[in-house]
Design a protein around this ligand. Structure first.
Ligand code: GDP
Ligand code: MG
Length: 162
């Protein structure tokens, strides 16, 4: 059984793009496991050949008051339950939004180790961006530019050792 990480966050922050980088696929719909719903997408990350990982891509969380209990978030909650580490993907261009605070407090409730992946940092001042998201107080906060294939090494360094 491979260790599992779940990619969680608002819509459009780049979760599927990151999934594709990690699993090196062009289609985030690939590798669905039999018996699971289509709303969670599974792939194997072999970027660290010695330590393959199962990655789950999820649909977006709105960060509304429904939190993780809303019907639309059920799949995300299941993905979190299945995972050993949760990667909370945020959008550096949007900055830290109130919805992100709602989501992260829900994620903390899961008790799972948390990594914040600050995506879309391409072209931005890294120090400024990372200072903003340090407000979450999560030690493992890494800059990403998934669309450019950047940051997966930093992310994996925080995933291991599990
Ligand atoms: P999801 O809804 O969280 O799965 O987000 P997607 O992976 O579908 O990406 C949403 C949009 O953000 C797409 O247009 C991507 O091309 C874009 N995007 C993803 N990663 C990056 C990035 O690192 N930099 C920039 N500038 N855009 C990105
Ligand atoms: Mg997606």
């Amino acid at each position: 059984m491979l260790p599992v990480i779940a990619l969680v966050g608002r819509p459009n922050v780049g979760k599927s793009t990151l999934f594709n980088v990690l699993t090196r696929s062009r289609d985030a719909l690939v590798a669905d496991l039999p018996g699971v719903t289509r709303d969670r997408h599974y792939g194997v990350c072999r970027l660290d050949a010695a330590r393959p990982l199962m990655v789950i891509d999820t649909g977006g969380l709105s960060g509304s008051e429904d939190g993780l209990d809303g019907l639309s978030a059920r799949q995300v909650r299941l993905a979190i339950e299945e995972s050993q580490v949760v990667v909370f993907v945020v959008d550096a261009r949007d900055g830290l939004l109130p919805q992100d605070r709602t989501i992260i407090s829900e994620l903390r409730r899961s008790g799972k180790p948390l990594i914040v992946g600050v995506n879309k940092t391409d072209g931005l001042d890294l120090d400024t961006v990372m200072a903003e998201f340090s407000a979450f107080g999560v030690a493992a906060t890494v800059p990403l530019a998934a669309a450019h294939g950047r940051g997966s090494d930093l992310l994996l360094a925080d995933v291991f050792p599990l």
